[in-house]
Ligand binder design. Sequence first.
Ligand SMILES: Cc1cc2nc3c(=O)[nH]c(=O)nc-3n(C[C@H](O)[C@H](O)[C@H](O)COP(=O)(O)OP(=O)(O)OC[C@H]3O[C@@H](n4cnc5c(N)ncnc54)[C@H](O)[C@@H]3O)c2cc1C
Length: 384
Amino acid sequence: MDLPTTADIVIIGGGVMGASAAYHLATRGMKEVVLLERNKFFGQESTGKCAGGVRHQFSTEINIRLSLESLPMLERFREEMGQDVNHRQCGYLLVATNEKDANAFKRNVELQNRLGAQTQLLSGDEIRARLPLMRFDDAIAGTFNRKDGLVDPNSVVMGYVNAAAKSGAKTISDVEVTGMRVSGDQIEVVETTQGLIKTRMLLNAAGPWSSQVGQMAGVHIPVIPIRRQMFTTNPLNEIPEDFPFVIDFAQSLYFHRDGDGLLVGMSNQNEKPGFDQSVDEDFELVNVEAAIERMPLLERASRASHWAGLYEVTPDAHPIFGGSNVRGFTICTGFSGHGFMHGPISGKLMSEYILDGKFSTVDVSMLDLARFDEGRLIKEYNVV
Ligand SMILES: Cc1cc2nc3c(=O)[nH]c(=O)nc-3n(C[C@H](O)[C@H](O)[C@H](O)COP(=O)(O)OP(=O)(O)OC[C@H]3O[C@@H](n4cnc5c(N)ncnc54)[C@H](O)[C@@H]3O)c2cc1C
């Protein structure tokens, strides 16, 4: 598709955020919505590399509210968008092995229940009974929500991209945004590898690269890229169909079914910020050893694949929604490791902000860019 020379909005980044925003803006009747992705295909960066987990289990009211809106949108996705997203409600089971996490889990479950998420608190014995294939002698508490689960990220992105295009949006890949022109304090032009687009509005949905995109207009966005990696195994007959998404919280170690095998990941707490997306083989060994400790049958498993991707991390592990010091420069980024699941509602919220000037479905106005300068940070505990 040829690059248009004008647009009512240019959305930069064709991951889940950009795709969802393009869909919600176009279906609300915004004309000349242009979605630009620099890769050949949409959704191949953080979104395509993520674990596909969707959960209600957070520690802050705002993240729980985002899940309470977003997860039903994923449940209805096939019916509403005509795109199957392989939605599986296997539940998330978070395991605490120390008192500090157990106490935090108790508070989190109370908050989740109060807001309408039916998460249960489990004892160590209940965890051991539910996970006979795992070794959790040290588990002291856990939490389980049966409505949490797994969704295929690529299907969600392509569902939104195709539906946005049907509603008139121009969805263009293989085009990189390289610069911006600001006149006074107003966005005027987006520069790309294929030419210029005149526009007075843009949405920065560039995920781990959103700080770089901000710099093009002189907007400081405190998002840093942090590498995260995982591997999958070949089929393991022992893993039951309903095996939950298990998180050994203290180690940031997680397991979920992937086809007939398992997907296993672990966050390296010493990872330095950077854009390197090669697999760190030394850390993979640490991950494999920790995983075998928890699930001895993995000793017999073989690796099917492995990859690394980037978290887009903010100082308080909450996203950034809204405007900036440059008029027309809007932002939806910084989901800090759990953004895929919030993609549906986030695109909708940005369409509300851009078309109505306010967030209606969930009030996320406290998650503005200015909070970092004004010291209004809101810390999330359940970061994996
Ligand atoms: C290993 C891993 C596991 C994860 N697991 C989960 C999980 O289980 N559940 C969950 O909810 N979240 C998970 N996440 C987090 C989730 O993937 C992200 O929060 C989410 O996908 C961010 O979406 P995005 O659209 O902001 O970013 P992206 O998907 O990275 O999209 C941004 C896009 O912008 C494009 N771009 C950048 N710069 C430019 C430019 N100058 N011009 C044009 N295009 C540009 C990029 O190519 C990219 O495609 C995980 C992440 C990783 C890395």
